[in-house]
Design a protein. Structure first.
Length: 134
C-alpha cells in the first residue's frame, strides 16, 4: 500500500490579504489526486508546478484545472504526458489564476511513483458589484 504524504507550507506576506503556499504531495498512482482546492473568498495564482517520476520506467501523468463555475468541467493542462524514468517536468514560466472552489488535480499512470510540488499565492477576493446595464 502506498502512503500518501502531503506537506503544506504557508507564508503570510506583509499584505495580510496575500498568502504564499507550497504543497508537496506523493501522488496516488492510477487515481485522481486533488492537490488543492481554492477556499471560499480567495483566488489563487499558481506560479510553479513540479512533478517528478521516481520510477525506474517511463510513466504518464495528467494535470487538470477543475473549473467549478457554471457547469463544472476540467481544463486539461497536460494530458498523458510521458515522463521519463527518474526525471521531472516543471512549469514556471507563466501563471494560472483560479477561483474559489476550483481545484488543481493530477492523475499518474497506474503503478507510477510520482511526487509533486505546487507553489501559489492566495489573494483575498474583493467583492465585485455587478450592475445591470441601464
Amino acid at each position: 500500500a502506498q502512503v500518501v504524504v502531503m506537506l503544506l507550507v504557508g507564508l503570510v506576506l506583509e499584505d495580510g490579504d496575500i498568502m504564499m503556499h507550497s504543497i508537496g504531495q506523493a501522488l496516488t498512482a492510477g487515481a485522481l489526486n486533488t492537490i488543492f482546492t481554492v477556499p471560499a473568498g480567495y483566488k489563487a495564482l499558481v506560479s510553479m508546478i513540479y512533478i517528478s517520476n521516481q520510477d525506474s520506467v517511463n510513466k504518464t501523468i495528467d494535470v487538470g484545472w477543475l473549473h467549478n463555475h457554471g457547469t463544472p468541467h476540467t481544463i486539461r493542462i497536460v494530458t498523458n504526458y510521458n515522463l521519463a524514468a527518474n526525471t521531472f517536468i516543471q512549469f514556471d514560466t507563466g501563471s494560472l489564476v483560479i477561483q474559489a472552489g476550483d481545484a488543481l488535480t493530477m492523475t499518474p499512470e497506474a503503478g507510477a511513483v510520482m511526487d509533486c510540488v505546487v507553489t501559489f499565492k492566495l489573494y483575498k477576493e474583493t467583492p465585485i458589484a455587478f450592475f445591470t446595464p441601464e
